[in-house]
Design a protein around this ligand. Structure first.
Ligand code: URA
Length: 180
């Protein structure tokens, strides 16, 4: 299915309750033929207002770190989230909300067909890399799943909370760049 068709289906989706409180669907953004597919948790307040992923402070930090290695949403990155509608009060998405939305994300990954999928933070990593996966110890490792390379790194918001981890985050991005 094309990204446009998928987006239309997401606009109409009532698979969980999050559509009732969202302002805008946050489908995903970036190069539709990107080599790198980043997965966040869910839209926050800014993203819900603008309809785009990672447009707040954590998005700025993410873009700066990507830029350092010649990566950008326009050139070689596509970004989406585990859920496409904002969970109220910025809470983590619940498992029934992820279950309702995950088919869209998987179809999106198939449509973009990236060389590598990068889980940003625990919510995405525990879904794709196993529920006991720990980002603090497992970040920057590569896994082959279903013929595609997956990895995980810190969520950019976690880097804002603990700036000491920024060099580790940047090193993970450097290694991801090497894969493509
Ligand atoms: N945090 C996320 O996980 N995703 C966004 O789109 C914004 C903030």
């Amino acid at each position: 299915m094309t990204l446009e068709n998928l987006k239309q289906k997401c606009e109409e989706c009532k698979g969980c309750n999050l559509y009732k409180t969202r302002n805008n669907l946050v489908f995903g953004y970036g190069n539709p033929n990107a080599d790198i597919f980043l997965i966040g948790e869910g839209p926050g307040e800014n993203e819900d207002r603008e309809g785009l992923p990672f447009v707040g402070r954590s998005g700025k930090l993410l873009d700066e770190c990507l830029e350092k290695y010649g990566l950008s949403r326009e050139k070689n990155i596509y970004i989406a989230n585990m859920v496409k509608c904002r969970p109220p009060e910025n809470r983590n998405p619940k498992s029934d909300e992820v279950s309702a939305c995950i088919g869209f994300l998987k179809a999106q990954i198939e449509a973009v067909d990236p060389k590598i999928v990068v889980c940003l933070g625990r919510v995405a990593a525990s879904y794709f890399l196993g529920k006991d996966f720990k980002v603090t110890t497992g970040h920057g490792e590569f896994f082959e799943i279903g013929g595609r390379i997956f990895t995980a790194t810190f969520h950019p918001a976690a880097i804002l909370r603990n700036i000491n981890n920024k060099p580790l985050f940047e090193e993970d991005i450097r290694k991801i760049k090497e894969v493509i």
